[in-house]
Design a protein around this ligand. Structure first.
Ligand code: NAP
Length: 252
């Protein structure tokens, strides 16, 4: 699928992996609606072909308004990339007691239910576009994590949420096949984004040392490159791609 003259939605689009994806899709000729929380949108750099919309991915009305902004471009909405996400640390049980249930709910709410909310509402708009010659209408790329497979100590909520994103991949692709919409999931390893901003250089080097090759953290533009390749490659569907330099996370 070609990204020229199509509308695209990217959540978490004002930061990190989403920000890199917004820049890449805009450079490739798409009109991008970048969804993020209002504070992040206020601080985002202005880019040609990019409209920032302040919205919480868990909110039906706010996401519907963002989808309307994408359709209002007059270009067919063909691309949705879900990058909005949060991480927390907490064990099932620790010396402080059982894991906080509200925190667990919040992580599932943003990472899993937010991803689902955007996918379902955007899919409705994509399904109303004219199909291309081969029947294709669009592609959804969701973001999981290698923590979906090898969650570390303290990652119970995050791993559960990302496991859910992985689990949605096949049924979502099956549900949306009749509309010509593909669904793919990327499971990143350790990528150098603002999520790692507070991490000290020595710990960064320690993280990189655990990655087989290339022995460095991943770059957001490499994530965006993979998104572009998924969009372009019409036969990729219903699959989870690890994007991790061969990393297999250890318990801690
Ligand atoms: P990031 O720089 O923190 O970007 C995530 C963006 O999502 C932030 O701007 C954040 O806003 C926004 N967001 C949070 N909750 C939201 C909500 N309810 N509605 C709308 N936007 C919301 O993180 P990143 O590193 O780019 O991560 C992007 C995705 O990749 C996440 O799903 C993350 O779990 C996943 N991932 C990242 C890595 C990594 O190593 N970086 C590895 C594996 C998976 P605030 O900053 O205001 O919270």
């Amino acid at each position: 699928m070609d990204t020229t003259d199509v509308a695209a939605i990217v959540t978490g689009g004002a930061s990190g992996l989403g920000g890199a994806t917004v820049r890449r899709l805009a450079k490739d000729g798409a009109r991008v609606v970048a969804i993020d929380l209002p504070k992040a949108v206020d601080d985002a750099e202005a880019l040609d072909g990019v409209e920032y919309v302040g919205a919480d991915v868990t909110d039906e009305d706010q996401v519907s308004a963002a989808v309307e902004a994408a359709t209002a471009t007059g270009l067919p909405l063909r691309v949705v990339v879900n990058c909005a996400g949060i991480g927390t640390a907490g064990r099932v049980l620790s010396k402080k007691g059982p894991h906080d249930l509200a925190v667990f709910n919040q992580v599932i709410g943003v990472n899993l239910i937010g991803t689902f909310n955007v996918m379902r509402l955007a899919a409705e708009a994509i399904a109303q576009t004219e199909p291309l010659a081969d029947g294709a209408r669009g592609v959804v790329v969701n973001t999981a994590s290698v923590a979906a497979f090898e969650g570390q100590i303290g990652q119970i909520a995050y791993s559960a949420s990302k496991g859910g994103v992985v689990g949605m991949t096949v049924p979502a692709a099956r549900d949306l096949a009749q509309y010509g919409i593909r669904v793919m999931t990327i499971a990143p390893g350790i990528i150098d984004t603002p999520m790692l901003a507070g991490v000290e250089e020595s710990f960064r080097e320690q993280l990189a040392a655990g990655i087989p090759f290339p022995q460095r953290l991943g770059r957001p533009d490499e994530y965006a490159q993979l998104v572009a390749q998924i969009i372009e490659h019409d036969y990729l569907n219903a699959e989870v791609i690890r994007f991790d330099g061969g990393l297999r996370m250890q318990p801690r």
